[in-house]
Design a protein around this ligand. Structure first.
Ligand code: IPD
Length: 263
């Protein structure tokens, strides 16, 4: 499957940042035993990955706008298009030497995500989607799972840490969902959680309190893989509300029902 010119630029940027992060990740694994820990080193690795992505994307498409986790928002000459970038999703995993983190790059056109790349360099899995062209992992087409029954299904989520405000609501979600499903996973990288829904590895995902750069590319992956995406509060947009539900077509409504009752 051949992607568009924009998609090729995004993949090139994601792979370049991925190579730089993999090099730094090896160092982080060594730093676990030091008393100071790898905190500053990881912040530098994160910023450097964003710099590489920006150089690549803005070099190829100087008129497009930009929003990145590390460098914030910049308007472009073309007000209809912008890049939405998380250079390192799963920072806490990276910091602890856990090989589960990703580069996430999305392209938005007139307020809609039209292309998305989520790259997991540790596993060399590149998930990508373009509007109308399906969702892919490396060379293979991916689709959401076909499970229809909650009690046989597993779901991914993010659980807020460090006293963030959405913890009580998330605990309520878990109390309602866990008795009626086959399990909940907390892997620590939202972009990969969404990619895994798209690939049928988990049947659904939800999270309260995440940022546009955590979800933009992954949302398109799920939709193009045949799944559904919505906000926890009905009628709102996930990127604007920061609380997202994604699942295959069969489980989306039952999952929404459980989570919206808790909202
Ligand atoms: C975080 C991860 C995590 C999610 C958090 C995000 P970051 O992104 O995606 O899984 O639970 O809400 O902030 O900070 O590593 O880019």
């Amino acid at each position: 499957m051949q992607g568009s010119a924009n998609l090729n630029v995004m993949i090139k940027a994601a792979r370049k940042a991925g190579r730089s992060l993999v090099k730094d990740f090896r160092e982080v694994e060594n730093l676990q035993v030091s008393s100071k820990g790898p905190g500053d080193f990881v912040s530098r690795a994160d910023r450097e990955a964003e710099r590489l992505i920006k150089e690549e994307l803005r070099g190829a498409r100087p008129a497009y706008g930009w929003i990145g986790e590390e460098t914030g928002e910049e308007a472009g000459e073309d007000p209809t298009r912008r890049w939405i970038v998380d250079p390192l999703d799963g920072t806490t995993n990276f910091l602890h030497g856990l090989p589960h983190w990703a580069v996430s790059i999305a392209l938005e056109h007139k307020g809609e995500v039209v292309a998305g790349v989520v790259y997991d360099p540790a596993k060399d899995e590149l998930f990508w989607a373009e509007k109308g062209a399906g969702a892919w992992m490396n060379e293979s087409r991916i689709r959401v799972s076909g499970r229809r029954v909650m009690i046989e299904s597993i779901f991914a989520t993010g659980i807020p840490f460090g006293g963030r405000g959405t913890l009580p609501a998330t605990l309520q979600d878990l109390a309602r969902l866990m008795p009626v499903c086959a399990g909940v996973r907390r892997w620590g990288a939202a972009a990969l959680d969404l990619a895994y829904v798209a690939a049928g590895r988990v049947d659904g995902y939800w999270e309260r309190g995440i940022q546009p750069w955590d979800m933009a590319a992954g949302m398109l992956l799920v939709k193009e893989a045949g799944g559904f995406v919505g906000a926890v509060r009905e009628g709102r947009e996930p990127m604007e509300s920061g609380a997202i539900i994604a699942a295959n077509g069969e489980l989306f409504d039952p999952l929404c029902k459980i989570l919206r009752e808790a909202a």
